[in-house]
Design a protein around this ligand. Structure first.
Ligand code: SAH
Length: 284
């Protein structure tokens, strides 16, 4: 695609030869890219991208850019991870202008920290460009505020997979359950029953609201509202597919008033006061 430079006037950094920019592409909707990401897409001569980076975003690359797919999905053992990092090193050492593009934010369950460390260990200059993480932006597209004054003073981001694809054994589910009113679980679909059981065993209520948002911010976005007790059966019935974010906590109720995508297509809000405050939202 031919581009005019649409970036607003600013001292945009130059992606020089031999550099790697490690960049988040956001959860899917191309409009959620940062301007730094767009600046990077315009300059890179090679783009190494993940499974979760949509084709629409890659269309904004320069015509001559080489696109290299480095996807891996589903918590499979990631022997390839080191290969990806070393490929970035090779490309940079060959004098390319390298953009490493990852879904969401590169430092949120994205192994961006390891990739960046390998690059630095090999003397490659880097720039990090954060992105909107699915656990925040994806929930916002479902009408779920990740914090709300009447619900939570903390939020915990949890991964449902460890390096071997198992439920993370190092996680203290009991401490997590007790310590945080709202949990946002990435990569949780595969082990959903074990996660639900662990949370119930740790004392979370069976009627606690839960939402799953798959393909968040894309035209394929689907939202399932359920509870901790019915999570497993509802997910089985719905044939819900990853990638999906799971949100556990009362903030899910806010979707009843904040499902803004539903409102755009004419569905009225289900409940103007889902937290049952009985007073205007801003009143203290
Ligand atoms: N770095 C990414 C997360 C990578 S881990 C970020 O910051 O968002 C991959 C997991 O992210 C998926 O299994 C899923 O739980 C979540 N995820 C990423 N994109 C998503 C999307 N568009 N919709 C729902 N979940 C998404």
């Amino acid at each position: 695609m031919e581009h005019t430079n649409l970036l607003p006037a600013h001292e945009w950094p130059t992606l020089d030869q031999g550099w790697v920019w490690l960049c988040g592409a956001g959860p899917g909707d191309p409009g959620l890219l940062t301007l730094h990401a767009l600046n990077a897409l315009r300059q890179a001569d090679v783009i190494v991208y993940d499974a979760l980076v949509g084709p629409k975003i890659l269309e904004w690359a320069s015509d001559s850019a080489e696109l290299i797919y480095a996807g891996k999905r589903g918590g499979k053992p990631s022997a390839k991870q080191r290969d990806i990092s070393l490929q970035l090193v090779d490309l940079a050492q060959a004098g390319r202008r390298v953009l490493r593009l990852k879904g969401g934010d590169p430092f949120v369950f994205g192994r961006g920290g390891e990739e960046a460390q390998t690059l630095v260990q090999h003397g490659i200059p880097i720039r990090i460009i954060p992105g909107i993480s699915a656990g925040i932006g994806g929930l916002a597209y479902a009408g779920i505020p990740v914090t709300h004054r009447d619900v939570n003073q903390s939020v915990t981001f949890v991964t449902g997979h460890d390096q071997n694809g198992n439920t993370p054994s190092s996680l203290n589910w009991s401490a997590i359950s007790q310590g945080s009113q709202v949990l946002v679980i990435y990569m949780g679909i595969k082990h959903i029953s074990r996660i639900a059981d662990a949370l119930l065993a740790a004392g979370r209520a069976a009627d606690e609201p839960v939402a799953l948002v798959s393909n968040a911010t894309t035209p394929d976005q689907q939202v399932l509202e359920t509870t901790l007790g019915t999570l497993e059966t509802d997910v089985e019935k719905s044939a819900f597919e990853p990638p999906a974010i799971i949100c556990v906590g009362r903030s899910v109720l806010m979707r009843q008033v904040l499902d803004w995508q539903g409102m755009i297509i004419g569905t009225p809000p289900r409940n103007l006061d889902p937290l049952g405050r009985g007073r205007p939202a801003e009143a203290t």
